[in-house]
Write a protein that binds this ligand. Sequence first.
Ligand SMILES: Nc1ncnc2c1ncn2[C@@H]1O[C@H](COP(=O)(O)OP(=O)(O)OP(=O)(O)O)[C@@H](O)[C@H]1O
Length: 824
Amino acid sequence: MHVMKGASVAAQDAAVETAGPAVDPVRATEHDSVRDREIGVEQRHLDQVYRRLEEKIHEAEFLMNDAAKRGQVGTPGALAERDAQVFRAGIHLNRLNNEFEDFLFGRIDLLRGKDGKKGPDGAYTSVEPADDAIGSGSTAEIAETLHIGRIGVLDSDYSPLVIDWRAPAAAPFYRATPVDPGRVVRRRVIRSKGRRVLGVEDDLMRPELTASLDGDALAVIGDGALMAALGQARGHTMRDIVSSIQAEQDLVIRAPAASVTEVSGGPGTGKTAVALHRAAYLLYQDRRRYAGGILVVSPTPLLVAYTEGVLPSLGEEGQVAIRAVGSLVDGAEATAYDEPAVARIKGSARMLKVLRKAARGALEGSFPAGPGPRRDRDQQGQLAFGEDLDADGDEDAAEAAPVRTDLLRVVAFGRRLELEAGELNRIRQSVLSGTAPVNLLRPRARRLLLDALWAKSGSAQRHTDPELAAELRSSFDEDVTSEDSFLAFLDAWWPELTPRGVLAAMADERRLGRWSRRILNPGENRRLARSLKRLGLDGGGPLSVHDVALLDELETLLGAPPRPRKRRDLDPLDQLTGLEELMPQREESQRERAERLAAERTEYAHVIVDEAQDLTPMQWRMVGRRGRHATWTVVGDAAQSSWSDPDEAAEARDEALGTRPRRRFTLTVNYRNPAEIAELASKVLALALPGMESPRAVRSTGVRPRFRVVQNGDPAATVRAEARRLLDQVDGTVGVVVAMNRREQAARWLAGLGDRVVALGSLEAKGLEYDATVVVSPAEIADESPAGLRVLYVALTRATQQLTVVSAARDEPDAEGVPDLLRD
Ligand SMILES: Nc1ncnc2c1ncn2[C@@H]1O[C@H](COP(=O)(O)OP(=O)(O)OP(=O)(O)O)[C@@H](O)[C@H]1O
């Protein structure tokens, strides 16, 4: 591997480890003994850390048992806190023993600081060295050594054995550079597995110094912890980057949480990794504030699955919800994609107007032959719309004959009273003239019906005494509302609408046409209606990813109908103290309760949007509703946007983020793609967004992308052969990226090749990475949608090692097989 940035002694070291005889044996032995000695030093430290952790767990367990024995010692809060401590300590030890390859991963050796102040973690706080820290002849003594790990551990004398990576004292581990070293002389990355230290890699931040530690010269072993991490084979899950976070990334991770943090950067610059590490950092910084939960919005379930393990590996679980944008609404797990033309309509801000009309229109007697939407509940309580109900009704409808909504007929005070279509319509319009959600207007509609019937009854004039008049009125209302015919009418005339029900009603092209007049053109109207047919008559069918934002909007427009309150015997103490909220429920543990609350949560304290460039205006509205009082971190790359109208989305984004001040960061280094692949991808970037700069690739492999041309029009054999070849070449995963409509075909092409290789539609490749990729027919991907070139750019930037481009005839490949789109 040829390293493009900084000098690599790692290559030499690798040679020592693997090539043996190629290196001078005497030097190699010396080198090895220094390395072994340094590994031994770190091993002793790690042993000490484990001893201390075990001690702490025993301490916590003892306290716990002791407290339990003595029953009522301490407040419930203190007991719960102790419980939580034992629980956390147990988790940590379990993890330390089993999961982590590198619980302790870093170390910095520092010069004496300007002042002698220590922070809460026991480390000196000064960033700059004391004026006399460097002696004559550039000699210096190491004054402080800090070990950095996934959690902080204090020794019994409160000296720091391990500093939490998120603590201020750990920042120099990430920030120090030879240009701006601060107090750091040597930065060491420690590789360990379980309780065993396997290796160390050092970077010298002040190579000009002759530094010593406890009288011995400071040893320097290898370098390139970053390069080692980047060269590793990729699996099906993302790894954390905690031991090699780079300075520009660290600035974002530790940015203050106020308002909005916006991060842009090209493919592979670590935006997703940075966003997840930031979530862990924020929780560490201010756990109380973020107890309100952190929501990470991810574009696809595949990316959710890919990134899900990162936070637990950083010691954080429970407070962070990573949700795909198609799963933000409870009960909706959408994975289907609409064709681009339909997605474009559903995502557009114009849909808001259509939905507003639909939400109200669904109520009106706009259905042929009088009857309104039939109330018909399935298990999920969804409203089903009768498709153009026949006025004659069904044969077997005798017991549930459709209720007329153009005439209300009741008997009250022994008199027959009627309201006719015109009057009913006037009442409805008057109720609807307000802006309140439709379902919440039902009580008002009911009241106006009663007013109109009361007026008809002529009873108002019977008493002049206001008290008697009021009494009479109230018994009139009781009389009317206890009549089945009135209740049945109200249910039919002002039914409780559900989002799915209204969406399903929009599948009728004529009806939708009325609601979308002058908003969508007839072609768009037809497409939209046709796509919603998938929901079925009862609205219970499968949703597309874009339907979910419409559902969420409808939920707001319709409003949750008022539910009758559950009666329960109130303990007067409950009301006085709110104890019910504070006390742990007996039948539910603290932890279960936390999980339940997290599941029920609809608003969050912090919202992180990954791949933000892809949110449509309607999706921005949906995400915005979940963070109305939140602080935000928004990461994305305009060059990778699969949304056709970036200006419209930017507007919706501004609306969601409001006027909160924004802090902007740009990441500039591509850690994923070797230079050879990045260079090829930049050709598409130049076509998609002329003038946009590509991020700088940090390494090069010397392996150029390969080009293959499909024979006889069927890509199966060519793609399969390439996938097989790449599986032999790399240790990790291989991704085959095709146009969306070839997804299923492509899975068949790869049948039997094992689970290291996967087929992906172009939109699904978003955010993911593989050791090697095969991109099939760039032209086909580019032609899929108005944003096709940007989608192709995403597809071409997924590989960490090797890339093969397979062209079909429409790609117009040249003699070398290079498709037209990728030529100079
Ligand atoms: N500091 C780092 N140390 C080690 N690996 C890193 C570092 N920064 C990023 N990486 C690796 O680079 C790859 C790309 O990171 P990530 O997926 O977060 O980038 P991204 O900017 O979100 O990319 P894209 O926009 O293409 O989705 C990942 O494998 C990540 O682990």
